[in-house]
Design a binder for this molecule. Structure first.
Ligand code: AMP
Length: 365
Protein backbone atom coordinates (compact mmCIF):
# COMPACT_ATOMS: atom_id res chain seq x y z
CA UNK A 1 0.00 0.00 0.00
CA UNK A 2 1.47 3.33 -1.08
CA UNK A 3 0.67 6.27 1.17
CA UNK A 4 -0.32 9.26 -0.97
CA UNK A 5 1.21 12.64 -0.26
CA UNK A 6 -1.11 14.29 2.31
CA UNK A 7 -2.97 17.48 1.33
CA UNK A 8 -1.00 20.57 2.35
CA UNK A 9 2.31 18.94 1.33
CA UNK A 10 4.65 20.88 -0.95
CA UNK A 11 5.53 19.80 -4.47
CA UNK A 12 8.77 21.25 -5.78
CA UNK A 13 8.96 22.10 -9.48
CA UNK A 14 12.34 22.71 -11.10
CA UNK A 15 11.76 25.27 -13.83
CA UNK A 16 9.26 28.11 -13.88
CA UNK A 17 7.81 28.21 -17.40
CA UNK A 18 4.22 27.66 -18.50
CA UNK A 19 4.37 23.93 -17.87
CA UNK A 20 5.37 24.61 -14.27
CA UNK A 21 2.55 27.13 -14.02
CA UNK A 22 -0.06 24.63 -15.19
CA UNK A 23 1.38 21.93 -12.89
CA UNK A 24 1.19 24.34 -9.94
CA UNK A 25 -2.44 25.14 -10.74
CA UNK A 26 -3.31 21.44 -10.92
CA UNK A 27 -1.44 20.80 -7.66
CA UNK A 28 -3.41 23.56 -5.94
CA UNK A 29 -6.69 21.92 -7.01
CA UNK A 30 -5.60 18.74 -5.27
CA UNK A 31 -4.79 20.64 -2.08
CA UNK A 32 -1.03 20.83 -2.48
CA UNK A 33 1.36 23.73 -2.18
CA UNK A 34 4.11 24.34 -4.71
CA UNK A 35 7.66 25.68 -4.63
CA UNK A 36 9.37 26.78 -7.84
CA UNK A 37 13.12 26.79 -8.42
CA UNK A 38 13.84 29.08 -11.36
CA UNK A 39 16.29 31.97 -11.85
CA UNK A 40 13.87 34.29 -13.68
CA UNK A 41 12.15 36.52 -11.07
CA UNK A 42 8.93 37.02 -13.05
CA UNK A 43 8.47 33.52 -14.44
CA UNK A 44 4.97 32.19 -15.29
CA UNK A 45 4.99 29.45 -12.62
CA UNK A 46 6.02 31.68 -9.71
CA UNK A 47 2.92 33.85 -10.29
CA UNK A 48 0.68 30.97 -9.15
CA UNK A 49 2.95 29.14 -6.68
CA UNK A 50 3.38 29.43 -2.91
CA UNK A 51 7.14 29.84 -2.92
CA UNK A 52 9.64 30.94 -5.54
CA UNK A 53 13.34 30.42 -5.03
CA UNK A 54 14.87 32.67 -7.68
CA UNK A 55 18.37 31.29 -8.03
CA UNK A 56 20.64 29.46 -10.43
CA UNK A 57 20.12 25.69 -10.65
CA UNK A 58 23.60 25.08 -9.24
CA UNK A 59 23.29 27.48 -6.30
CA UNK A 60 24.01 25.17 -3.32
CA UNK A 61 22.26 27.34 -0.74
CA UNK A 62 19.19 27.70 -2.90
CA UNK A 63 19.08 23.94 -3.47
CA UNK A 64 19.24 23.41 0.29
CA UNK A 65 16.30 25.77 0.83
CA UNK A 66 14.37 24.04 -1.94
CA UNK A 67 15.03 20.61 -0.42
CA UNK A 68 13.87 21.83 3.01
CA UNK A 69 10.68 23.23 1.49
CA UNK A 70 9.64 20.22 -0.62
CA UNK A 71 8.06 16.83 0.08
CA UNK A 72 8.50 15.64 -3.52
CA UNK A 73 10.22 17.23 -6.51
CA UNK A 74 9.52 17.12 -10.24
CA UNK A 75 10.68 19.05 -13.32
CA UNK A 76 8.92 21.04 -16.00
CA UNK A 77 11.71 21.14 -18.63
CA UNK A 78 14.08 18.42 -19.78
CA UNK A 79 17.27 20.43 -19.72
CA UNK A 80 17.42 20.56 -15.92
CA UNK A 81 21.14 20.07 -15.16
CA UNK A 82 21.57 16.39 -14.25
CA UNK A 83 23.88 17.39 -11.36
CA UNK A 84 21.04 19.47 -9.86
CA UNK A 85 18.60 16.58 -10.20
CA UNK A 86 21.11 14.20 -8.59
CA UNK A 87 21.76 16.55 -5.67
CA UNK A 88 18.03 16.84 -5.09
CA UNK A 89 17.43 13.09 -5.43
CA UNK A 90 19.94 12.35 -2.66
CA UNK A 91 17.76 14.21 -0.18
CA UNK A 92 14.18 14.25 -1.43
CA UNK A 93 12.00 12.03 -3.63
CA UNK A 94 12.34 13.09 -7.29
CA UNK A 95 9.92 11.92 -10.01
CA UNK A 96 10.53 10.98 -12.76
CA UNK A 97 13.87 9.40 -11.88
CA UNK A 98 17.11 11.16 -12.83
CA UNK A 99 18.00 8.32 -15.23
CA UNK A 100 14.96 9.12 -17.42
CA UNK A 101 15.89 12.81 -17.42
CA UNK A 102 19.46 11.99 -18.42
CA UNK A 103 18.35 9.70 -21.23
CA UNK A 104 15.93 12.26 -22.65
CA UNK A 105 18.64 14.93 -22.72
CA UNK A 106 20.71 13.13 -25.31
CA UNK A 107 19.27 12.37 -28.73
CA UNK A 108 21.83 9.61 -29.28
CA UNK A 109 21.11 7.73 -26.03
CA UNK A 110 17.40 8.21 -26.56
CA UNK A 111 17.53 6.56 -29.99
CA UNK A 112 19.75 3.73 -28.78
CA UNK A 113 17.24 3.16 -25.98
CA UNK A 114 14.22 3.14 -28.34
CA UNK A 115 15.96 0.66 -30.65
CA UNK A 116 16.88 -1.56 -27.68
CA UNK A 117 13.15 -1.73 -26.90
CA UNK A 118 12.39 -2.82 -30.48
CA UNK A 119 10.99 0.64 -31.30
CA UNK A 120 12.24 1.90 -34.67
CA UNK A 121 13.73 5.36 -35.18
CA UNK A 122 15.17 7.28 -38.12
CA UNK A 123 18.58 5.84 -39.03
CA UNK A 124 21.19 7.75 -37.05
CA UNK A 125 24.91 8.08 -36.43
CA UNK A 126 27.03 10.01 -34.00
CA UNK A 127 29.34 12.28 -36.04
CA UNK A 128 32.50 14.10 -35.04
CA UNK A 129 34.49 14.74 -38.21
CA UNK A 130 33.70 16.04 -41.69
CA UNK A 131 34.71 12.68 -43.16
CA UNK A 132 32.25 10.84 -40.86
CA UNK A 133 29.50 13.31 -41.69
CA UNK A 134 30.03 12.92 -45.43
CA UNK A 135 30.17 9.11 -45.19
CA UNK A 136 27.02 8.84 -43.08
CA UNK A 137 25.14 11.36 -45.21
CA UNK A 138 25.96 9.25 -48.26
CA UNK A 139 24.70 6.17 -46.37
CA UNK A 140 21.39 8.03 -45.78
CA UNK A 141 21.03 8.73 -49.50
CA UNK A 142 22.28 12.35 -49.27
CA UNK A 143 19.27 13.43 -47.16
CA UNK A 144 19.84 14.03 -43.49
CA UNK A 145 19.20 16.24 -40.49
CA UNK A 146 22.23 17.23 -38.42
CA UNK A 147 21.31 17.91 -34.79
CA UNK A 148 23.09 18.72 -31.57
CA UNK A 149 22.82 15.68 -29.31
CA UNK A 150 21.93 17.84 -26.36
CA UNK A 151 19.95 21.02 -25.52
CA UNK A 152 17.87 20.99 -28.70
CA UNK A 153 14.19 21.90 -28.50
CA UNK A 154 11.54 23.44 -30.75
CA UNK A 155 13.69 22.73 -33.83
CA UNK A 156 16.68 24.60 -32.36
CA UNK A 157 20.12 23.08 -32.85
CA UNK A 158 19.34 21.35 -36.12
CA UNK A 159 20.21 21.77 -39.77
CA UNK A 160 18.70 20.07 -42.81
CA UNK A 161 21.20 18.62 -45.26
CA UNK A 162 19.13 17.62 -48.27
CA UNK A 163 21.15 17.23 -51.43
CA UNK A 164 23.59 19.68 -49.80
CA UNK A 165 26.83 20.65 -51.54
CA UNK A 166 30.15 19.64 -49.98
CA UNK A 167 30.65 23.27 -49.00
CA UNK A 168 27.22 23.46 -47.29
CA UNK A 169 27.93 20.24 -45.36
CA UNK A 170 31.23 21.65 -44.17
CA UNK A 171 29.61 24.92 -43.13
CA UNK A 172 26.86 23.09 -41.25
CA UNK A 173 29.40 21.11 -39.26
CA UNK A 174 31.42 24.22 -38.45
CA UNK A 175 28.30 26.14 -37.36
CA UNK A 176 27.84 23.74 -34.43
CA UNK A 177 31.34 24.36 -33.01
CA UNK A 178 32.36 21.68 -30.52
CA UNK A 179 28.87 20.42 -29.68
CA UNK A 180 28.47 16.62 -29.92
CA UNK A 181 26.29 15.88 -32.97
CA UNK A 182 23.98 13.26 -34.35
CA UNK A 183 23.06 12.84 -38.00
CA UNK A 184 19.64 11.40 -38.74
CA UNK A 185 18.37 10.17 -42.06
CA UNK A 186 15.70 12.55 -43.42
CA UNK A 187 12.28 10.92 -42.98
CA UNK A 188 9.57 11.58 -45.55
CA UNK A 189 6.85 11.00 -42.98
CA UNK A 190 3.15 11.22 -43.64
CA UNK A 191 2.33 12.85 -40.33
CA UNK A 192 3.67 13.48 -36.85
CA UNK A 193 1.89 12.16 -33.79
CA UNK A 194 2.52 12.03 -30.09
CA UNK A 195 1.31 10.05 -27.15
CA UNK A 196 0.90 11.48 -23.68
CA UNK A 197 0.92 8.78 -21.03
CA UNK A 198 1.46 8.46 -17.31
CA UNK A 199 2.71 5.82 -14.91
CA UNK A 200 1.82 5.85 -11.24
CA UNK A 201 3.97 4.84 -8.28
CA UNK A 202 2.03 1.54 -8.22
CA UNK A 203 3.08 0.79 -11.83
CA UNK A 204 -0.34 1.46 -13.36
CA UNK A 205 -0.25 3.16 -16.78
CA UNK A 206 -2.81 5.40 -18.50
CA UNK A 207 -2.43 6.89 -21.99
CA UNK A 208 -4.48 9.63 -23.64
CA UNK A 209 -5.74 9.42 -27.20
CA UNK A 210 -3.13 9.89 -29.91
CA UNK A 211 -2.46 13.46 -31.01
CA UNK A 212 -1.57 14.69 -34.48
CA UNK A 213 0.91 17.57 -34.46
CA UNK A 214 1.63 20.26 -37.01
CA UNK A 215 4.94 22.11 -36.65
CA UNK A 216 6.11 25.33 -38.25
CA UNK A 217 9.85 26.07 -38.19
CA UNK A 218 10.22 23.30 -35.60
CA UNK A 219 7.66 24.85 -33.20
CA UNK A 220 4.37 23.10 -32.51
CA UNK A 221 1.56 25.22 -33.89
CA UNK A 222 -1.44 22.87 -33.73
CA UNK A 223 -2.48 19.57 -32.21
CA UNK A 224 -5.49 17.75 -33.62
CA UNK A 225 -7.36 15.10 -31.66
CA UNK A 226 -8.09 12.46 -32.71
CA UNK A 227 -5.14 11.95 -35.05
CA UNK A 228 -5.92 10.67 -38.55
CA UNK A 229 -4.23 7.33 -38.11
CA UNK A 230 -5.45 3.74 -38.26
CA UNK A 231 -6.60 2.40 -34.90
CA UNK A 232 -3.82 -0.23 -35.09
CA UNK A 233 -1.22 2.57 -35.43
CA UNK A 234 -2.72 4.43 -32.48
CA UNK A 235 -2.73 1.24 -30.44
CA UNK A 236 0.93 0.57 -31.27
CA UNK A 237 1.93 4.09 -30.16
CA UNK A 238 0.15 3.58 -26.84
CA UNK A 239 1.77 0.18 -26.38
CA UNK A 240 5.20 1.65 -27.07
CA UNK A 241 4.55 4.33 -24.45
CA UNK A 242 3.54 1.70 -21.90
CA UNK A 243 6.69 -0.32 -22.62
CA UNK A 244 8.93 2.75 -22.35
CA UNK A 245 7.35 3.84 -19.05
CA UNK A 246 7.70 0.38 -17.55
CA UNK A 247 11.29 -0.10 -18.77
CA UNK A 248 12.31 3.19 -17.16
CA UNK A 249 10.35 2.45 -13.96
CA UNK A 250 8.98 5.89 -14.66
CA UNK A 251 6.66 7.89 -12.41
CA UNK A 252 4.80 10.84 -13.94
CA UNK A 253 3.68 11.98 -17.38
CA UNK A 254 5.81 11.44 -20.48
CA UNK A 255 5.37 12.74 -24.04
CA UNK A 256 6.71 10.63 -26.92
CA UNK A 257 6.76 11.93 -30.50
CA UNK A 258 6.61 9.67 -33.53
CA UNK A 259 6.81 10.00 -37.29
CA UNK A 260 4.13 7.99 -39.09
CA UNK A 261 5.33 6.53 -42.39
CA UNK A 262 2.98 6.11 -45.37
CA UNK A 263 2.75 2.36 -44.61
CA UNK A 264 1.65 3.11 -41.02
CA UNK A 265 4.97 2.21 -39.41
CA UNK A 266 6.02 4.35 -36.45
CA UNK A 267 9.47 5.83 -35.92
CA UNK A 268 10.07 7.32 -32.47
CA UNK A 269 11.59 10.81 -32.71
CA UNK A 270 11.98 11.89 -29.12
CA UNK A 271 10.60 11.74 -25.63
CA UNK A 272 10.05 14.48 -23.09
CA UNK A 273 10.21 13.41 -19.42
CA UNK A 274 7.47 15.84 -18.43
CA UNK A 275 4.07 17.18 -19.39
CA UNK A 276 4.09 18.13 -23.06
CA UNK A 277 2.81 20.94 -25.28
CA UNK A 278 0.92 18.38 -27.39
CA UNK A 279 -1.04 17.39 -24.26
CA UNK A 280 -2.47 20.83 -23.44
CA UNK A 281 -5.81 19.91 -25.02
CA UNK A 282 -6.44 17.45 -22.17
CA UNK A 283 -7.34 20.37 -19.86
CA UNK A 284 -10.30 21.18 -22.13
CA UNK A 285 -11.36 17.80 -23.59
CA UNK A 286 -10.81 15.40 -20.66
CA UNK A 287 -12.01 15.41 -17.07
CA UNK A 288 -8.42 14.86 -15.92
CA UNK A 289 -5.73 16.96 -17.61
CA UNK A 290 -2.15 15.84 -18.19
CA UNK A 291 -1.16 18.31 -15.45
CA UNK A 292 -3.43 16.78 -12.83
CA UNK A 293 -2.37 13.33 -14.04
CA UNK A 294 1.28 14.19 -13.42
CA UNK A 295 0.54 15.58 -9.95
CA UNK A 296 -1.52 12.47 -9.15
CA UNK A 297 1.28 10.18 -10.33
CA UNK A 298 4.11 11.82 -8.36
CA UNK A 299 1.93 12.16 -5.25
CA UNK A 300 1.05 8.47 -5.13
CA UNK A 301 -2.61 9.14 -5.92
CA UNK A 302 -4.61 6.94 -8.30
CA UNK A 303 -4.22 7.90 -11.98
CA UNK A 304 -7.26 9.56 -13.53
CA UNK A 305 -9.43 8.53 -16.44
CA UNK A 306 -7.87 9.56 -19.78
CA UNK A 307 -11.18 9.40 -21.68
CA UNK A 308 -11.96 12.32 -23.97
CA UNK A 309 -15.46 13.84 -24.05
CA UNK A 310 -14.81 15.93 -27.21
CA UNK A 311 -12.76 16.10 -30.37
CA UNK A 312 -10.55 19.15 -30.35
CA UNK A 313 -7.85 21.29 -31.90
CA UNK A 314 -5.25 23.02 -29.75
CA UNK A 315 -3.33 25.98 -31.14
CA UNK A 316 -0.36 27.75 -29.61
CA UNK A 317 -0.32 31.53 -29.29
CA UNK A 318 3.05 33.06 -30.06
CA UNK A 319 4.39 36.57 -29.36
CA UNK A 320 1.82 39.27 -30.07
CA UNK A 321 -0.98 36.67 -30.50
CA UNK A 322 -2.12 37.61 -26.98
CA UNK A 323 -3.83 40.56 -28.61
CA UNK A 324 -6.33 38.08 -30.08
CA UNK A 325 -7.76 37.46 -26.60
CA UNK A 326 -11.02 39.47 -26.92
CA UNK A 327 -11.77 37.96 -30.33
CA UNK A 328 -11.02 34.41 -29.12
CA UNK A 329 -13.12 34.78 -25.99
CA UNK A 330 -16.20 35.61 -28.07
CA UNK A 331 -16.08 32.17 -29.64
CA UNK A 332 -18.12 29.34 -28.15
CA UNK A 333 -16.53 26.02 -27.20
CA UNK A 334 -13.11 27.59 -26.96
CA UNK A 335 -10.92 27.27 -23.87
CA UNK A 336 -8.15 29.88 -23.63
CA UNK A 337 -5.09 29.66 -21.45
CA UNK A 338 -2.55 32.51 -21.17
CA UNK A 339 0.77 32.13 -19.38
CA UNK A 340 1.19 35.57 -17.80
CA UNK A 341 4.26 36.46 -19.84
CA UNK A 342 4.64 40.23 -19.68
CA UNK A 343 7.34 40.39 -22.33
CA UNK A 344 5.90 38.76 -25.45
CA UNK A 345 8.98 38.21 -27.60
CA UNK A 346 8.30 37.23 -31.22
CA UNK A 347 8.01 33.45 -31.58
CA UNK A 348 7.72 32.91 -27.81
CA UNK A 349 4.85 30.74 -26.60
CA UNK A 350 2.49 33.01 -24.63
CA UNK A 351 -0.62 30.84 -24.43
CA UNK A 352 -2.79 28.32 -26.21
CA UNK A 353 -6.42 27.66 -26.88
CA UNK A 354 -8.42 24.53 -27.47
CA UNK A 355 -11.46 24.44 -29.72
CA UNK A 356 -13.95 21.71 -28.75
CA UNK A 357 -16.19 19.75 -31.15
CA UNK A 358 -18.71 17.03 -30.37
CA UNK A 359 -17.01 13.64 -30.72
CA UNK A 360 -16.96 12.45 -34.31
CA UNK A 361 -18.57 15.67 -35.62
CA UNK A 362 -15.41 17.57 -36.52
CA UNK A 363 -14.95 18.22 -40.20
CA UNK A 364 -11.53 19.07 -41.63
CA UNK A 365 -10.69 22.57 -40.24
P1 AMP B 1 12.97 17.61 -33.06
O1 AMP B 1 13.69 18.76 -32.43
O2 AMP B 1 13.79 16.38 -33.19
O3 AMP B 1 11.64 17.35 -32.39
O4 AMP B 1 12.60 18.08 -34.53
C1 AMP B 1 11.73 19.17 -34.78
C2 AMP B 1 10.97 18.90 -36.08
O5 AMP B 1 11.90 18.76 -37.17
C3 AMP B 1 10.19 17.59 -36.05
O6 AMP B 1 8.96 17.78 -35.44
C4 AMP B 1 10.10 17.28 -37.54
O7 AMP B 1 9.09 18.06 -38.14
C5 AMP B 1 11.44 17.73 -38.07
N1 AMP B 1 12.40 16.61 -38.08
C6 AMP B 1 13.21 16.25 -37.07
N2 AMP B 1 13.96 15.17 -37.38
C7 AMP B 1 13.62 14.82 -38.64
C8 AMP B 1 14.02 13.78 -39.54
N3 AMP B 1 14.95 12.87 -39.19
N4 AMP B 1 13.45 13.73 -40.77
C9 AMP B 1 12.51 14.66 -41.13
N5 AMP B 1 12.09 15.66 -40.33
C10 AMP B 1 12.62 15.76 -39.11
Amino acid sequence: MIEPLPPGSTIGIVGGGQLGRMLAMAAARLGYRTAILEPDRDCPAAQVANLHIAAAYDDARALERFIQACDVVTYEFENVPVETARTLAERVTVHPAVEALEMAQDRLWEKIFFNSMGIETAPFASVETLQQLEDELRRFGGNGVLKTRRMGYDGKGQCYLREASDEAVKRALESFGDAPLILEGFIAYEREISVIAARGIDGSVAAYDIVENIHHHGILTRSVIPASVASSTAETAREYATEVLSALNYVGVIGIEFFVLPDGRLLANEMAPRVHNSGHWTEAACAISQFEQHIRAISGLPLGDTARHSDCIMENLLGADQERTPELLKQPDLVLHLYGKAKARAGRKVGHFTRLFPRGARKEQ
